[in-house]
Write a protein that binds this ligand. Structure first.
Ligand SMILES: [Zn+2]
Length: 307
């Protein structure tokens, strides 16, 4: 795993929140930005107190990752942190930001994975991209093509925000079918937001990882289906492809601000799922699966980028 403090063997990573955010800010959520380093530190301490050992932050390029703040937070709290490169949906960016990335998006991803984010020296460990609602628009196709190129140069995993949990099969057709990314290097996120168990099974049959997250006030209507959805996938033989995360995206959702936050994953989701799956499978989902999903045999040398 490529953490913000360097590469860590997957076996040493421990209990992992496979999809969350320490820092995040989008013009779409004004006033709700995750910006406070002290709140992020307190959240990691609370997560660690529940037995948490690692967090994978899915915040992509340009959305307030605060890469330079991540190493001291990880060091001070003793929690491994993996951070992302990648690009979210177009609505999260200005035209100027997107214009400046035209023609060099894959190169930006590779640079952030292998050299570092900005001048921080902190390297990303995954590529985060986003689909659309039951379809992929031109922006999604552009970012996924760049993500696939960056994957082929580095072997980094690609984590996908599925809009309201939809579009899983379109994403797999593009990334794995057309662009040749091995399914076991793809993590689909937010499947709990569209609890169509048949589609979940179809996606899982490809061999990709399926990430369930929350709880979320915005997605309360479907969040309660998560234990059944996870059990159905486990019963269909896909227990080794399941991942769990908290996906804290607003300040109010942090546990230190009175929300569920990161510790909820271990405090309530873990025992709830143990009722469905047994303790041993839940342990594997929290420890072994993220160790495989996000582990990378980083190439010694990335092939120089064609200009
Ligand atoms: Zn997220």
């Amino acid at each position: 795993m490529r953490t913000v403090l360097g590469d860590v063997p997957a076996e040493q990573f421990g209990v992992c929140d496979a999809h969350d955010h320490l820092f995040f800010g989008s013009p779409r959520l004004p006033g709700e930005e995750l910006r406070s380093a002290s709140a992020a530190r307190a959240e990691l301490v609370a997560f660690r107190a529940q037995g948490g050992a690692g967090v994978v932050q899915w915040t992509p390029y340009g959305l307030g990752r605060r890469a330079a703040d991540l190493p001291p937070l990880s060091r001070e709290t003793g929690v491994h942190v993996v951070t992302a490169t990648g690009l979210h949906q177009a609505v999260h960016y200005t035209e100027d930001t997107l214009g400046a990335l035209r023609g060099r998006l894959a190169e930006v991803f590779v640079t952030e994975l292998t050299e570092g984010i900005g001048t921080s020296g902190v390297r990303a460990g995954l590529i985060k991209v986003a689909g659309g609602f039951h379809a992929l628009d031109a922006h999604a196709v552009w970012t996924m093509r760049a993500a696939a190129e960056a994957h082929h140069a580095t072997a980094a995993p690609i984590a996908v925000h599925l809009e309201l949990g939809t579009g899983a099969l379109d994403v797999l057709d593009l990334l794995c079918g057309e662009l040749g990314v091995p399914p076991e290097r793809v993590v689909l996120g937010h499947l709990n937001r569209s609890p169509d168990f048949a589609v979940h099974r179809q996606a899982a049959r490809s061999g990709c990882y399926l990430a369930f997250d929350g709880p979320s006030r915005a997605h309360h209507a479907t969040d309660w289906r998560m234990p059944d959805a996870v059990r159905a996938l486990a019963e269909a033989g896909h227990g080794d492809r399941l991942l769990l995360g908290g996906d804290t995206t607003t300040a109010a959702a942090r546990s230190v601000n009175g929300g569920a936050g990161m510790p909820y994953l271990l405090r309530r989701v873990r025992p709830r799922l143990a009722l469905e799956l047994g303790e041993e499978l839940v342990r594997r989902i929290l420890v072994d699966n993220p160790g495989r999903a996000f582990a990378v045999a980083w190439p010694d040398r990335v092939v120089p980028w064609p200009s």
